[in-house]
Design a protein around this ligand. Sequence first.
Ligand code: GLV
Ligand code: MN
Ligand code: MN
Length: 398
Amino acid sequence: MAPDRFGALWRSLEPIGRGTDGYHRFSWTYPDLACREWFAEEAADRGMSVETDGNGNLWAWLGDPALGDAVVTGSHFDSVPGGGGYDGALGIVSAFLALDVLADHGARPRRPIGVVAFAEEEGARFGVACLGSRLLTGALDPVRAAALTDRDGVNLPEAMKSGGVEPSLLGPDPQRLHRIGTFVELHIEQGRALSVPVGVASAIWPHGRWRLDLTGTGNHAGTTGMAHRHDPMLTFAYAVLAANKEARLHDALATIGRVSVEPGATNVIPSSVTAWLDARAPEQSTVDGLVTAITNRVTERAQRDGTTASVTPESVSPVTEFDTALRDRISGLLGGAPVLATGAGHDAGVLAAHVPTAMLFVRNPTGVSHAPDEYATDTDCAAGVDALAAVLEELACR
Ligand code: GLV
Ligand code: MN
Ligand code: MN
């Protein structure tokens, strides 16, 4: 595909949800709904039917999905706060363009082809990553999902309702899942692991999010002696350093990127601090050891601070090993495209536990992701479209 053909469709979506500090496309907010409208228009232009499932995932179909053994591709629209434009959206734009390449080739699909936009992949609004795909596959209890709230106290059903989706249908959807014969997600590569335009995923590292609840005693900053404080901010500060140190010792990754302090005033010793830990490593045993080590250190420090600490898992994903036969077939089809593992999570990792699943990665020249400077060239993106089209043709037309 000519890079400017990619660029033309890309730039029709690009402004939605973009601010001066990156993208803020949170599920069920105005930018997400605008992306969903864009999706419906692109699907209609291609003669596709569109449906939103009970979990808020958006599907477009070429052919009748009820026939089953469908080849489905897609990704997500939602972003992290201040995120890049490519994470997720690239997979959806590329999906529609890959269908255009198939049409240019006069390809005749023998199986239905679907394009999907999964809801709330980042977990930026409700805290659980891959919310839509987890609900679809039954990996997340709908009762737990319905109780999730955003930072303003709005719960998931209320948010979905505001987006025109009936929340009473939250939960596993085996009929819809069983229509899918193969799932392929194209995604921007999120480190600097790819030196050619397109690669194929081998695995997603085990990873997760844990909430740290640190409680102390609120008091006056001007009258409470240093020896008489129970300050959870100290426990928090120690937790940040402990996470960093233990990640290095375990040859793993740990990040504390979100914190909330109560009551949050300059002249008040905090009464509580809530922080969120993200931990990842190639092996599950390493992630388990890392989280245990951080928990032990924080618990011990809390005793010294006269505070309390608890660590609660919020969103945990085991390792994903993608279907090796499919991966090798795709790598071969793409002329020996490199095969690589990633530490980033994806809906494809959730789907892979149920249907043969593969991922294509598009080169990220700077390695920046989850930040405004995330970028891929139009030329590489167009190569990604061609690769995805070749994969869809192989899977759906032969
Ligand atoms: C998703 O982007 C994740 O890996 O956090
Ligand atoms: Mn992401
Ligand atoms: Mn993503």
